[in-house]
Design a protein around this ligand. Structure first.
Ligand SMILES: Nc1ncnc2c1ncn2[C@@H]1O[C@H](COP(=O)(O)OP(=O)(O)OP(=O)(O)O)[C@@H](O)[C@H]1O
Ligand SMILES: [Mg+2]
Length: 214
């Protein structure tokens, strides 16, 4: 059995990562590949706790909220890798993961207070927390303009999470466009996520198929 591939899909809230992850999984399954879709934060115990924090049900850390969230996201990532991702990869599956440590670097640096950012070490610290998380075979970034993503989020039901506000989403959209700087050495592809669902699906296939289908 050959080892599988870890494919990460990233983007701001409302970029369409969940929808496109499922669509790409269908496309691969139709070609006979074993595919596992998953997301971070995971459904595991640490991930479930992180989701409560994202929903605003628990709030921890005060002025140290951003580094605390970075620790929790990193802990969830290692638990998720061990329990769910690595076994699927070992069995030869393509694992499509909706968000990974690029999200951590983008979201936690964008929400850290200026005192923590002043020394310039914060981003490197978040990266180092994820140092034992295997690198994705490829990361696909779905770039959208913040206004487009905001309109899409408005069509969803449920309460927005703690990161879903306009100024932050605009900062994140700009950061994702320079994802190569945030994750040096990683294989990163960008797709414009502004067009229609079907057009974005087509572009994602065109970008990923050569790597995933080989
Ligand atoms: N290209 C597109 N054109 C129009 N609507 C879209 C497009 N992509 C996604 N949508 C719609 O926008 C909404 C948000 O999409 P989705 O949940 O996939 O985003 P997301 O990036 O996973 O968001 P989050 O990061 O908050 O989980 C859904 O209703 C989806 O159908
Ligand atoms: Mg989603």
């Amino acid at each position: 059995m050959t080892a599988g591939k870890l494919v990460v899909i990233e983007g701001i809230d409302g970029a369409g990562t969940t929808t496109q992850t499922e669509r790409y999984a269908e496309h691969l399954r139709a070609r006979g590949l074993a595919v596992h879709t998953t997301r971070q934060p995971s459904r595991g115990p640490v991930g479930s706790f992180v989701r409560q924090a994202l929903g605003g049900e628990v709030s921890l850390g005060g002025a140290l909220h951003a580094p605390l969230m970075a620790l929790l996201f990193a802990a969830d990532r290692l638990a998720h890798l061990a329990a769910e991702i690595e076994p699927r990869l070992a069995a030869g599956a393509v694992v499509l993961c909706d968000r990974y440590d690029l999200s951590s670097i983008a979201y936690q640096t964008s929400t850290a207070p200026s005192e923590l950012l002043a020394s310039g070490e914060f981003e490197a610290w978040v990266r180092s927390l994820n140092r034992f998380a295997r690198r994705p075979d490829v990361t696909l970034v779905v770039d959208v303009t913040p206004e487009v993503a905001e309109r899409r989020r408005a069509t969803r039901s449920g309460k927005p999470d703690i990161y879903e506000y306009k100024e932050l989403q605009a900062r994140l959209a700009a950061l994702y466009r320079e994802a190569e700087r945030l994750a040096p050495g990683d294989a990163i592809l960008h797709v414009d996520g502004d067009p229609s669902l079907d057009e974005v699906t087509r572009r994602i296939r065109a970008a990923l198929d050569p790597l995933v289908l080989g």
